[in-house]
Write a protein of this length. Structure first.
Length: 139
């Protein structure tokens, strides 16, 4: 998932029948989904935001974060932070296929400032990332 979508799903890359959609797990617009299984303990617990504007189905070993009062962008940054990365690594089990259970994700310690501060933090992160993307070593 994270190799296809990076940090957001703008447009799904695969589709299913209405019958399968009706039975599948779903995530709404702006919900997050995290990987619970991967080839190493660095890739598990990575998250993307549903930016399609629609409810989409998902399968596999994924966990949706669908009902939170947190700013989704802030939560995404927090989940990808080194502090959460360390928690993901410590919580992971397995060697060849690495797994992270939903109950372990629920025990992650995530700093949750007031909503306005969450938005401000994400704004600073987005500005820094924008600078990095426009940086050219030849300049």
């Amino acid at each position: 998932m994270y190799t296809t979508y990076d940090t957001s799903i703008q447009s799904p890359h695969s589709f299913i029948s209405q019958e399968v959609f009706g039975k599948a797990k779903k995530m709404g617009p702006d919900d997050l989904v995290l990987t619970l299984t991967g080839e190493n303990n660095v890739d598990i617990g990575r998250a993307v935001i549903n930016r399609t504007g629609e409810t989409i189905a998902f399968g596999g070993d994924l966990l949706a974060v669908t009902d939170t009062q947190m700013d989704r962008e802030y939560l995404l940054v927090a989940l990808h932070s080194p502090a959460l990365g360390k928690q993901r690594t410590q919580a992971a089990t397995g060697n060849i296929i690495v797994h992270l259970g939903a109950e372990k994700v629920g025990r992650f310690l995530i700093p949750i400032p007031p909503f306005a501060e969450q938005e401000r933090v994400f704004g600073k992160v987005a500005a820094a990332l924008s600078l990095l993307q426009t940086y050219s070593p030849e300049e």
